[in-house]
Design a protein around this ligand. Sequence first.
Ligand code: NAG
Ligand code: NAG
Ligand code: NAG
Length: 350
Amino acid sequence: METRGVCTLTLLLLACACPMRCSASWMWLGVTSAGAPEPPACAAPPLSARQRELCRRKPFLLPSVRDGARLAASECHNQFRHERWNCSTSKKPPGFGPELGSGTKETAFIYAVMAAGLVHAVTRSCSQGNMTECGCDAQLRGGGSSAEGWHWGGCSDHIQYGTVFSRRFIDNTVKNTSASREGYTLVTMNQHNSEAGRQAIDRTMSTDCRCHGVSGSCAVKTCWKSMAPFERVGAYLKERYEHSIQVPGRSRKKPRRKEPRRPVDRYQLIYLNKSPNYCLEDRRGGIAGTRGRRCNRTSTGPDGCNLLCCGRGYNTHVVRNIQRCECKFVWCCYVRCRRCESMNDMHTCK
Ligand SMILES: *[C@@H]1O[C@H](CO)[C@@H](O)[C@H](O)[C@H]1NC(C)=O
Ligand SMILES: *[C@@H]1O[C@H](CO)[C@@H](O)[C@H](O)[C@H]1NC(C)=O
Ligand SMILES: *[C@@H]1O[C@H](CO)[C@@H](O)[C@H](O)[C@H]1NC(C)=O
């Protein structure tokens, strides 16, 4: 049943938010829905009392939770398709197998994109009028500058509701997410990155306008605010990932010396632990390795054979491509094409 499937995802999202078992496995249900294990009910033990409550009280939000996870999963794949770590995750739900190492830049990205996906999906649903608890941004309505010939109109995306929900859903109850003097823990790191993801939605919003008036004179303009397509949010977060900052962990020994520390703002992604190089398969670490990955012989970027294959070299195969070509429009009304064959080299990492 619909709600049961959705609750499975809810559960996985929450399991991901739990500090010690940080895993990217929630995406597993973001991309596959068939063949999932028996879905646990909303009341299953891993949920805290507050989360169970949220699950029961607001079942109408659960489709958006699933949409948000899908959005986040596919955008993660998209942004990392050329990297050694291609956003592949353990094919098993948390607790059943290898998981991605915690506290790395990669998990920082995952937390951020996941929180952002949730805001995006919930807000979209609000704007489409699907929910009674939220809608378009009513505060803007009627405002604007009539002197300059424009006013707010249409439906401005109101991200407040989705942002608050994303916080309540993903973050645990720990309130203080600011860095304490003693450094970060996995929990505060993850919360910081989730918040950076939510901020990314805010920061990539834009104002769109439409002209009215006699034949495009643009005497009157109507403007509204809208969220960026999620692809743009993903690109923004990828950029943040590339400039992410390593922060000190909390030391169990004496308080650390007062070191000058680079200040971290809420838009930055942070991580505690250095990443592995993702070159070799490590089942226990949840790393797929790059063997068999397709690489580009002429590229100097991360998808180039040298970098992607970690210097191990590559195999070359000849693949036959069949495409439609020389298409012509035939009056009336169809398109006739020829089948063209080409032989291309394909390179895969050793
Ligand atoms: C809103 O509801 C309509 C009709 O039920 C559905 O087709 C659409 O996908 C929903 N939109 C969102 C963002 O959930
Ligand atoms: C990621 O790479 C692994 C091999 O390292 C491959 O099996 C998997 O299909 C890739 N995933 C995507 C989404 O490209
Ligand atoms: C390989 O990389 C080159 C240079 O970046 C690019 O022009 C080309 O389109 C790439 N080929 C494929 C198959 O992606």
